[in-house]
Design a protein around this ligand. Structure first.
Ligand code: NOJ
Length: 430
């Protein structure tokens, strides 16, 4: 028991994504998905938090939270509304937003792909057609040329494993495909694109002489899969392999693991394609074997002993410690917790959730695990994909009708932690 002070160079932040907060864009795949009626509460990302028109107000919230860094994503469908046609207005908008962050002493970490895409990209066949990756690469080149003087740290893909899983294997995210073959195919495409982008972003920033050390990585969704029985443990290991390992080995080390195959046949030259290890950690799953092939022979169950978020996700703070230890020991890359949070409309659990997760990070740090950042998901309630407006991940409540933002009590606590970098009464025995 006792207090813990994070090092001065440890940065606290918040994370958001464009489609989830901006509103007003009809050119992205999630607008179409909302229109098709796939969102549980029939809401649409067209509304969201109207952040596009409230950048100053929302930057003020970040200042009030005392964050030192903020992770945001750029909306591809706004910047490139038609193939090869870029919107000067959209890029100017993001430049202004990033300048405001910098003027507030908030370091931006910019995500290039956070689930949403222009509708035209899907119409061209999306990632299922290997030749389409050239569109995303050209887009990133444009963005880095335009913003690379302001931004040195980049996330290429947010949760590529969730994107591939839900969009191409389970068919519940756009483009709604349900095929194991497609899953492996687009996984290879995402990995090969990340590898090209890693080199491209480094080279571009270096040859333009942009200041600040370039860092490029991925924000991987990582959960712990535990099995309780012998068969459960074997099943959990397989799920872990197909959900985590093939992506991580590909994007961090440039290795295409079985059954992935190269789609562009270029030689992978290096062995490292990440400058930090980005972890989005939310929960863990207990995995059981199932005879049902349509759920790929496994099912995830909750642990009755654990508290649950509004979405019934198990609250398991120890998991953040376990994932940090596991991946730092394996890859020796500085860890960024690129997301961590919960849906808790009544704000009954968020303060404890934050402190407990940070306490486990403190424990890992004391054991020599290099963790450099913590980004809380998220600033305000927003458009939570399939859950629409019904989930409440925000430190601030957002009333989507009036666009009134109201801090929850846990926002005060997080602001205090960001300012002092101290967590009081560390509940973990060291
Ligand atoms: C991870 C995703 O990156 C983010 O978009 C989402 O809102 C949170 N998880 C919560 O589900």
């Amino acid at each position: 028991m006792g207090n813990f002070k994070f090092a001065e160079d440890f940065l606290f932040g918040t994370a958001t994504s464009s489609v989830q907060i901006e509103g007003g864009d009809t050119n992205n795949t999630w607008y179409e998905w909302s229109e098709l009626g796939y969102i549980k509460d029939s809401s649409s990302c067209f509304t969201a938090c109207d952040h596009w028109n409230r950048v100053e107000e929302d930057t003020k919230i970040l200042q009030d939270l005392n964050v030192q860094t903020h992770r945001l994503s750029l909306e591809w469908s706004r910047i490139e509304p038609q193939p090869g046609q870029y919107s000067e207005e959209a890029i100017r908008h993001y430049r202004e937003e990033i300048k405001l962050l910098l003027a507030s002493k908030i370091e931006p970490l910019v995500t290039l792909h956070h689930f949403s895409e222009p509708i035209w990209f899907q119409q061209l066949g999306g990632w299922s057609k290997p030749e389409n990756k050239k569109h995303f690469i050209a887009y990133v080149q444009y963005v880095v040329e335009k913003l690379g003087d302001l931004v040195s740290e980049w996330v290429t893909f947010n949760e590529p494993n969730v994107y591939a899983n839900l969009g191409y294997l389970l068919g519940i995210f756009p483009p709604g495909k349900r095929s194991l073959l497609e899953y492996f195919k687009i996984t290879s495409a995402l990995i090969e694109t990340h590898i090209e982008l890693y080199t491209l972003i480094h080279e571009l920033r270096a040859c333009r002489g942009f200041l600040g050390q370039t860092k490029v990585g991925v924000a991987m969704h990582i959960r712990f899969f535990d099995g309780l029985t012998w068969l459960g443990r074997r099943t959990a290991a397989l799920v872990d392999y197909f959900f985590h390992q093939i992506f991580i080995e590909g994007m961090v080390r440039g290795k295409l693991k079985f059954p992935l195959i190269s789609l562009d046949h270029k030689k992978i030259k290096k062995t490292g394609y990440a400058d930090f290890f980005g972890i989005n950690y939310y929960t863990r799953n207990i995995v059981e074997f199932s005879l049902n092939p349509s759920i790929y022979f496994h099912k995830c169950v909750t642990d009755k002993k654990l508290d649950k978020s509004d979405l019934c996700w198990d609250i398991y703070p120890e998991g953040i410690y376990r994932v940090c230890c596991r991946y730092y020991r394996k890859y020796k890359l500085p860890v960024y917790i690129t997301e961590n949070g919960l849906s808790d409309r009544a704000d009954r659990q968020r303060a404890k959730f934050i402190v407990d997760h940070l306490a486990y990070l403190a424990k890992a740090i004391q054991e020599g695990i290099e963790i450099q950042r913590y980004y809380h998901w998220t600033v305000m309630d927003n458009f939570e994909w399939l859950e629409g407006e019904s989930a409440a991940f925000g430190l601030y409540h957002c009333d989507f009708r009036t666009q009134q933002r109201t801090p929850r009590p846990s926002a005060m606590l997080y602001a205090q932690i960001c300012k002092t970098k101290i967590i009081e009464q560390n509940p973990i025995n060291n």
